[in-house]
Design a protein around this ligand. Structure first.
Ligand SMILES: Cc1cc2nc3c(=O)[nH]c(=O)nc-3n(C[C@H](O)[C@H](O)[C@H](O)COP(=O)(O)OP(=O)(O)OC[C@H]3O[C@@H](n4cnc5c(N)ncnc54)[C@H](O)[C@@H]3O)c2cc1C
Length: 552
């Protein structure tokens, strides 16, 4: 193998790209080059779990995208962080581990992603994991991705789960097992006290192999000759070069950069490409469309007992926590602090959860800004299946220019009713007996925010992205004009080119997206190698028998 030619060229070392690099090189028969623009993930900002709010705000590690002014959110531009570092977004994310609900994947298959139903993807979730805990028979035991339940040492974590039970909701011992629905302990991609990004789990082990190498560069476009991808043009040290693919090019550059790269390569809506003077290789209407995300609100309550992380936010405590983590990889530095969760249904007639909770024993924004000035706790809550859809489009044919991102958040009337319900439901849960020893005043939205109009104003001003954009290179039937890739992740209309990452999700899944993105890389690798997919599972997920008549 010469440095600039390989059987497989992968763009992106993120959640899907790293898994692809690992699996495509595993048997030693194929050479793999990974092109990654981001640099090293060395150092505590990334490796120390509790430092999670730093890398997403650092231009060194983040692409620095934000949305266009969002028309339904008072023209706010929302930040759209994406990892620009080894391990991609798995190196800057919140380390919450969720597979998604069984019905999400069944829906993918119904929408044309044949072979991606829950029975098909469950074996891949098992292959990728080593779960330290979880339900017997449902979890992986020897995969590269180590996941574990939160330790829940702070009593507020258990109070949250107990409050859910007192309100009449289900509890679940393992939302990544047979039963997603309910309140329970949250899982983390943390191992030996460190962020277990895909760089740690997959990329570094793959790079130890002779047949894998990493090229640090900025991919500009796929080189296509006679409708066949033959390489990738990239820029490194101010020089434009090409790395050749003997077999295939695989784009795993995220839901923002993958559609951008396709469009720069002439694959996308023809009229849009022509507008920017790009020669059309394949007219695919779906490229950049179908953008989806989760939004969330932080519902904050004061704690009258001084047991929250508020006492740890001063510099002295932070230094102690940092020192313990540096020396022993233990203590409060070794957790992301999201240690309780819930997946619930918003109303009778909804057959599987459509609301997710993250619970935190502190009142603070996700990005670390604007901590409350007192002891407090908070729930991050949001609907899981918004009907709003947005787009990623080019501003110009210049690869260096950031794309235009329009989420159209809250553009569907149901979004408003769903969010109002989320706020009222959280108040009901925080109002349970389990919180009696702790509950002080409501910090946010605050007790005066009650009517629909007041809640809507709060939502408009405070709803934030949960950082789960996806869907912009949708997978589906090859004869569906909205599909970008077929169920084997092949770009429709071009040979030798695949996309495999969160951009191919037909619809957003129930929970955080690192897990399903890694699974996508794992499964795509088998398709690329022409392997027989893993045998489908016959395990049946738990569905609430009361779903038609009750929300709990
Ligand atoms: C701040 C934040 C918090 C999150 N929290 C969680 C969480 O707690 N749990 C969870 O499950 N999910 C979380 N997510 C979401 C999850 O991490 C992502 O959905 C997932 O990592 C996406 O994987 P991907 O493979 O599609 O893309 P990515 O992991 O983003 O990988 C894309 C890679 O491609 C590289 N790349 C892109 N363009 C180019 C180019 N032109 N040239 C070279 N390289 C390029 C990028 O640098 C990057 O390394 C979070 C995301 C963010 C940003």
């Amino acid at each position: 193998m010469t440095a600039m030619e390989a059987d497989f060229v992968i763009v992106g070392s993120g959640s899907a790209g790293a898994a692809l690099a690992y699996r495509l090189s595993e048997d030693g028969r194929n050479s793999v080059i990974v092109i990654e623009y981001g640099g090293t993930d060395f150092g505590p900002f990334i490796q120390m779990p509790a430092a999670l709010s730093f890398p997403m705000n650092m231009s060194r590690y983040d692409w620095g995208f934000s949305s266009e002014p969002e028309p339904h959110l008072g023209g706010r531009r929302l930040v759209t962080p994406r990892g620009k570092v080894l391990g991609g977004s798995s190196s800057i994310n919140g380390m919450v581990y969720v597979r998604g609900h069984a019905h999400d994947f069944d829906h993918w298959a119904d929408e044309g992603a044949a072979g991606w139903a829950y029975a098909d993807v469950l074996p891949y979730f098992k292959r990728m994991e080593t779960a330290h805990g979880g339900e017997d028979g449902w979890r992986g035991t020897d995969g590269p991705l180590h996941v574990r339940p939160g330790k829940q040492r702070n009593p507020l974590y258990k109070a949250f789960v107990e409050a859910g039970r007192q309100a009449g909701f289900e509890t679940t011992p393992d939302y990544n097992g047979s039963k997603q629905e309910g309140f329970g302990v949250m899982e983390q991609t943390i191992h030996h006290g460190r962020r277990w990004s895909v760089a740690n789990a997959y990329l570094r082990p793959a790079l130890k192999r002779q047949n894998v190498s990493l090229v640090n560069g900025f991919a500009r476009r796929v080189v296509i000759e006679n409708q066949r991808a033959v390489g990738v043009e990239f820029e490194a040290r101010k020089q434009i070069q090409v790395v050749k693919a003997k077999r295939e090019v695989i784009i795993a550059a995220s839901s923002i950069n993958s559609p951008k790269l396709l469009m720069l390569s002439g694959i996308g809506p023809a009229a849009h490409l022509k507008e920017h003077g790009i020669d059309v290789v394949a007219d695919r209407q779906g490229v950049g469309r179908n953008l989806q995300d989760h939004m969330e609100l932080y519902i904050q309550q004061e704690s009258i007992l001084p047991i929250t992380l508020y006492s740890k936010l001063n510099l002295f405590s932070k230094a102690l926590i940092g020192a313990e983590w540096l020396l022993f990889k233990s203590g409060l530095g070794a957790t992301n602090h999201f240690e309780s969760a819930a997946f619930v249904r918003s109303k009778p007639g909804v057959d599987y959860p459509d609301i997710q909770y993250h619970f935190l024993p502190a009142a603070i924004r996700y990005d670390g800004k604007a901590a409350a000035k007192s002891h407090g706790f908070q729930a991050h809550v949001g609907p899981m299946r918004s009907k709003s859809r947005g787009s990623v489009t080019l501003r110009s044919a210049d690869p260096r220019e950031k794309p235009a991102i329009r989420f159209n958040y809250m553009s569907h009337a149901d979004d408003w009713a769903d969010f109002r319900h989320c706020i009222r439901l959280t108040r009901e849960i925080f109002g349970q007996q389990a919180f009696d020893p702790y509950r002080g005043r409501e910090i946010s939205p605050g007790k005066d925010v009650q009517s629909d109009d007041e809640l809507d104003a709060f939502i408009r001003e405070h709803a934030e992205s949960a950082f789960h954009p996806c869907g912009t290179c949708r997978m589906g039937r090859a004869d569906d004009e909205h599909s970008v890739v077929d169920p084997e992740c092949r770009v429709i209309g071009v040979e030798g080119l695949r996309v495999a990452d969160s951009s191919i999700f037909p619809r957003i899944t129930n929970g955080n997206l690192n897990g399903p993105s890694v699974m996508t890389g794992e499964k795509a690798a088998d398709h690329i190698l022409g392997k027989q997919p893993l045998a489908p599972s016959n395990q049946e997920p738990w569905i609430n028998p009361r779903w038609r008549v009750s929300d709990r």
